[in-house]
Design a binder for this molecule. Structure first.
Ligand SMILES: [Zn+2]
Ligand SMILES: [Zn+2]
Length: 449
């Protein structure tokens, strides 16, 4: 079964979870479509010729999957004709995939950005499904898609089309993989990390992006140049740009793409378009170069290299439930200035939390922690309060320019954001509600007042 059906003649998606199938302008649409399908069935018209196809998972995978409709226990259902199409819907998300999704959310939140997993964004009569959607600075939205070795050997189809659709609708696509062959496709700006087991991905230690991020070298095409002239064998006397592979930490990539300081670049050579990520400063200089290659493009921005040298080993991951309950009592924590400074420089997110939590929590705080772990679900008002606190922390962060103050405030924000997120999760679980819906409601309410 599936919830979304594509009607090939009417050329619309039908959302079976909605009374009006998502088309209030067409009254009685279900009765019409269902009646027609019944009639076809009575006339023994093959399912494949009945105008209905899976408009969800199968369509996204580039597969034409015929469907028919039925009523079961007063519920509308669409059924795949073929078993193999049905199976496509039940592919479980691997632990590695989940670990990446969690890591993206955590990294973003530590940078002052929020996001959610498995987000469906409506665009006109269809939608965009995103593994993890991060709400970045100034309305920037980054849509992470994780494609791992565990996903099968064929690889994702119609990546170019999906990425283009996202881009067109204001979502910057960010596809990440652990496979060499995907990383070398030029259909989108792939980034790649090593093939790692879930428990390592979930850890808070360094996770490197080994391809997909590049630095642009700008150089003068004369006899002293290291690179060959891209236009021919002679030295042309103009300026050129050459992309050079560069390491970046995955968490930094998540945060900087959300901040808009790392952006996707389309780099054109004579016969190919290369797609990769680069700093916004490099991107701007590249555009300047395309406009005028007779002078070296000026450096217009203070470029903070997003990748910092780090030799720390992956460390233990703080237990998530403990983290949630600890952060539910942020006032009992000492200020971040008390923690060992070395930790902050390398990984400002969870190691700090872990160390601070274990060192700074006194006995009464631990009691609070135990109490809050056992406490019942919060009320909606509590959630809104927590969200307001997170909003306030985020606003405060945006006003700061001093590096140290920002890092300190990022910590405060991390605490507040995690409290709010954890409370929303507990609330949604306890009430049997969709987590994303709860989050939207809470955010809306916290924003309005
Ligand atoms: Zn399907
Ligand atoms: Zn040249």
């Amino acid at each position: 079964m599936a919830n979304i059906v594509w009607h090939t003649k009417l050329r619309i998606h039908l959302d079976l979870t909605l009374d009006d199938l998502g088309h209030e302008e067409h009254e009685g649409l279900w009765d019409m479509v269902y009646g027609m399908d019944r009639m076809y069935a009575a006339r023994a018209v093959p399912v494949a010729e009945r105008d209905l196809q899976c408009g969800g998972v199968c369509q996204e995978a580039g597969v034409v999957a015929p469907m028919h409709l039925r009523m079961r226990n007063e519920r509308r259902e669409a059924v795949h004709e073929r078993r193999e199409d049905e199976d496509r819907h039940t592919v479980t998300i691997s632990d590695e995939h989940k670990a990446y999704q969690e890591r993206i959310l955590r990294a973003a939140e530590a940078g002052g950005f929020c996001g959610d997993n498995e987000v469906r964004t409506r665009v006109g009569r269809s939608w965009i499904q995103t593994d993890t959607l991060i709400e970045g600075a100034d309305g920037l939205r980054v849509g992470w898609e994780v494609q791992l070795s565990t996903a099968g050997t064929d690889g994702p189809r119609s990546v170019r089309a999906r990425a283009a659709k996202a881009q067109k609708n204001g979502i910057t696509p960010a596809w990440h993989t652990d496979r060499n062959d995907y990383a070398h496709r030029h259909d989108t700006h792939w980034t790649r990390s090593n093939n790692l087991p879930a428990h390592v991905i979930a850890k808070i230690g360094d996770l490197r992006v080994i391809s997909g991020f590049r630095k642009l070298d700008f150089w003068h095409c004369d006899l002293h140049a290291d690179h060959p002239c891209p236009h021919g064998v002679r030295r042309c006397g103009k300026y050129h740009a050459t992309p050079v592979p560069k390491d970046v930490l995955f968490d930094d990539l998540v945060r900087n793409t959300a901040a808009g300081t790392i952006v996707p670049v389309q780099f054109r050579t004579l016969n190919k378009t290369h797609r990769f990520w680069a700093t916004r400063a490099d991107h701007n200089r590249y555009n300047d170069l395309l406009n005028n290659d007779h002078q070296l493009p000026a450096v217009t921005e203070d470029v903070r290299t997003p990748s910092r040298a780090s030799h720390n080993h992956p460390t233990c991951r703080p237990d998530l439930t403990t983290t949630a309950s600890v952060t539910a009592t942020p006032t009992t924590l000492q200020t971040p200035t008390d923690r060992p400074s070395g930790l902050l420089v390398v990984q400002p997110t969870a190691p700090v939390l872990e160390t601070t939590a274990s060192q700074a929590l006194g006995e009464s705080a631990l009691a609070d922690q135990a109490r809050s772990a056992n406490a019942g679900p919060e009320s909606l008002e509590t959630l809104i309060e927590l969200q307001r606190a997170a909003n306030a922390a985020r606003n405060a962060l945006q006003r700061l320019s001093d590096h140290e103050e920002r890092e300190r405030q990022q910590y405060v924000l991390l605490e507040a954001a995690q409290s709010a997120q954890a409370a929303i999760t507990r609330y949604a679980t306890s009430q049997g509600l969709n987590r994303f819906d709860v989050q939207q409601t809470v955010r809306g309410a916290a924003h309005d007042t």
